[in-house]
Design a binder for this molecule. Structure first.
Ligand SMILES: [Zn+2]
Length: 405
């Protein structure tokens, strides 16, 4: 007998229009959305479980497109992550993945994880040995010798076009769904500035050519417009951070369909830095870039660049009374993205970028039942996600707070 659940008493944001469809039922069969219809006509197949969502708002599970479960910044807590044995690291990332799912994030895109622990985590989740979101991952991020993030085994140092070809192929061989490359310095590098141009043009084109030849997209850690512009011309698919865009480069990104994951949290996460013990000089440089970061994001929105939710801060991290994922979406809304568009930037748009929009990213018959429910209307403001109380992935309920009054 199929595993069937009928979700009743819900208002559905299905991801195909900015409106909520009031008073719906959703029939879930064997992990897939089978039917959606008006309340009152809900079917009651034999053996079906009924889930009363009590007037909640239902939408597709969130995507977090800039995730590091094994993030290791400078500071004592990060040092402890760096010093973990492979066994300890496995439990650590497994715990992060479980918490991420409970926050309503049903898919993540990892953009640099230590020692290929991401591939082990992805298999363990897929096999049901541990709980977590769907994972699409870049493996280790490619960086030149001494470049941004080289201190950690989240990255792999490569040099010369041949070295970058080999680095790209090595990630694909290990199972990478995409490739991440560091094409500028960071806000907070010790011996680099954001303007540092670490890769020669033929090194970047070697990455992009090789990745595309194997059907993988390329996303790049990048700050300034003068580095992003040429990379967009070379065929880059996505920009992480984009701290210092210009109108011209934002338009260029928009024209060429290059997406932006702004990670606005990175320049506004003092509590997170404090809890990790991140040194003061690094905090000052990151937090001091907040207003330019905001301006850059606003330029991207004005130019019509496709933006996607990604927090960089671990997705589940408690932040200002919610998760880092929801907090990031609040920043995206606060700086000019209307709530309906913000919800799409958290669901349908990243699903399409990842090439999995046939399976997930919206509430439609035939899609996997990755669903979340909240008490308030997220199309009024994404802060409604703070009232999230129910999480389903692949038709299985992982969180249900409905007994909490
Ligand atoms: Zn990152």
């Amino acid at each position: 007998m199929p595993d069937t659940k009928v979700l009743i008493n819900c208002n559905v944001f299905d991801g195909s229009s900015p409106q909520v469809q009031p008073d719906r039922y959703v029939l879930v069969r064997d992990g897939e959305i089978a039917e959606i219809g008006p309340a009152g006509s809900a079917p009651a197949p034999d053996g079906a479980a009924t889930v009363d969502l009590q007037g909640s708002y239902l939408m597709a599970g969130l995507f977090n497109m800039h995730t590091h479960f094994s993030l290791a910044l400078p500071g004592p807590l990060a040092e402890s992550v760096r010093a973990m044995s492979p066994h300890e690291l496995a439990f650590y990332v497994g715990d992060g993945a479980r918490r991420t799912l409970l926050c309503g994030v049903t898919t993540v895109r990892c953009v640099g994880e230590m020692d290929h622990v991401d591939f082990a985590l992805r298999s363990a989740i897929a096999a049901g040995r541990t709980e977590g979101p769907r994972i699409l991952t870049a493996g280790r991020a490619l960086v030149c010798t001494g470049g941004h993030g080289h201190e950690s085994s989240n990255t792999l140092e490569c040099d010369g076009p041949d070295g970058f070809v080999r680095g790209t192929r090595a990630q694909i061989k290990a199972g990478a769904d995409l490739i991440k490359v560091m094409i500028s310095g960071g806000i907070a590098g010790l011996h680099e500035t954001m303007d540092t141009v670490p890769l020669a043009p033929d090194e970047l084109s070697a990455v992009i050519f090789t990745a595309h030849a194997w059907g993988r997209k390329v996303t790049a850690h990048a700050g300034p417009a003068r580095i992003i512009g040429p990379a967009v011309d070379q065929g880059l698919d996505c920009v992480e951070h984009g701290y210092q865009l210009t109108e011209a480069v934002a338009r260029q990104m928009s024209d060429r369909g290059v997406s932006l994951v702004p990670t606005l949290s990175v320049t506004r996460c003092k509590d997170f830095f404090d809890s990790l013990g991140v040194p003061a000089w690094m905090q000052e440089r990151s937090l001091g870039a907040a207003s330019q970061h905001e301006q850059s994001y606003r330029l991207a929105l004005a130019a019509g660049v496709s933006v996607m939710l990604g927090s960089d801060v671990p997705p589940f991290w408690p932040t200002d009374g919610t998760s880092a994922t929801v907090r990031e979406l609040e920043h995206m809304e606060a700086f000019g993205l209307p709530p309906g568009d913000a919800l799409l930037a958290a669901t349908r748009v990243p699903a399409a970028w990842l090439g999995i929009d046939e399976q997930v990213g919206s509430v439609e018959p035939g899609k996997r039942a990755d669903l979340i429910a909240m008490r308030e209307d997220p199309t009024a403001t994404v802060s409604a996600l703070r009232t999230l109380h129910w999480v389903m992935k692949d038709g299985r309920v992982y969180r249900d707070d409905s007994w909490v009054s």
